[in-house]
Design a protein around this ligand. Structure first.
Ligand SMILES: [Mn+2]
Length: 296
């Protein structure tokens, strides 16, 4: 029996499209998590919190400061919750919301005293800071914050930053980024697997290698899965899609049965925006991925 803490965090304050918050709400309302919750070998607890906006508020041009403060509210809540659940020995499944939530998830894991590596599935490097970002969207900043760079409030979500050492992070699916992000990560020698339209690799094989590599240096590993890492023809319902990307099947193979992997500490799935979906394709993909997490 494994204890699983399912955490639905409905915050889109870090994204350009605030309605990214509604991914968590959609997952809850459509009962997508039922196969996990009903699994006889799992003991689940579900948390839900929302920092949603009214339709009127969504049309506001919120200041950088307001958005940062709201991102900090959501990530602080998430960090505290994750720390407690990890200390209980639970597997954490975090569903967003936008990718700025990763600052809360993984600093919470670190604060719980866990020695872990992280596989980051994404089209983007998410390694901006307020100095380099043109959009000032915090969902483009979690990787730099987790590595101890950028805004003090973000990186200090960890009791003793940085949350991650460069060798503890492996990125996969990367194909849309700015040169400042690339320079920052390459200088730190973070492993990055580029997945351009004209260049692809076996993403499942790479995931397996990454997992094994991280487990040579750490006792556990986690996965941060931005659904835009997948080819947008499978998952169009996301705010910043990028052409090319990982085949849905490769992600399914990678995440198959991960809830039962004793070496895996947790998984987060972010950037699902049901309002941008086409013919419920992303909804169907999300549902399939959830079923995969517990299939042996
Ligand atoms: Mn991302």
């Amino acid at each position: 029996m494994r204890n699983v803490s399912i955490i639905l965090a409905a915050s889109g304050w870090g994204a350009a499209n605030f309605a990214t918050a509604d991914g968590a709400l959609n997952v809850l309302q459509k009962n997508i998590l039922k196969p996990i919750i009903d699994h006889p070998d799992l003991n689940c607890i579900v948390y839900y919190a929302a920092w949603q906006l009214s339709a009127l508020e969504k049309s506001f041009n919120h200041s950088v400061k307001t958005r940062k403060n709201n991102v900090l509210q959501a990530t602080t809540w998430l960090r505290n919750l994750v720390e407690g659940e990890i200390k209980k020995g639970n597997f954490i499944l975090v569903i967003g919301g936008d990718h700025s939530l990763a600052m809360g998830t993984w600093s919470g894991v670190k604060n719980a005293g866990e020695d872990f590596g992280l596989i980051w599935i994404d089209a983007h490097m998410d390694a901006h800071t307020y100095e380099t970002s043109l959009s000032n969207n915090p969902h483009g900043m979690p990787v730099s914050a987790l590595l101890g760079s950028g805004d003090a409030a973000f990186l200090n979500l960890a009791n003793t930053p940085p949350t991650l050492k460069p060798f503890s992070l492996i990125q996969t699916g990367i194909r849309s980024y700015e040169v400042e992000e690339q320079q920052f990560l390459e200088k730190l020698q973070v492993e990055i697997a580029y997945h351009h339209k004209r260049y692809s690799y076996d993403a499942f094989e790479h995931f397996t290698k990454s997992r094994n590599k991280l487990l040579k240096q750490h006792s556990t590993y986690g996965v941060s899965f931005d659904i835009d890492g997948v080819d947008p023809s499978y998952c169009p319902g996301t705010g910043t899609p990028a052409d090319g990307g990982i085949e849905l099947e490769a992600v399914e193979q990678s995440l198959k049965g991960i809830v039962f992997d004793p070496n895996c500490i947790g998984l987060e799935i972010v950037e699902y925006n049901p309002h941008l979906d086409k013919d419920l394709a992303t909804f169907a993909a999300f549902k399939k991925i959830i079923e995969t997490l517990i299939s042996i």
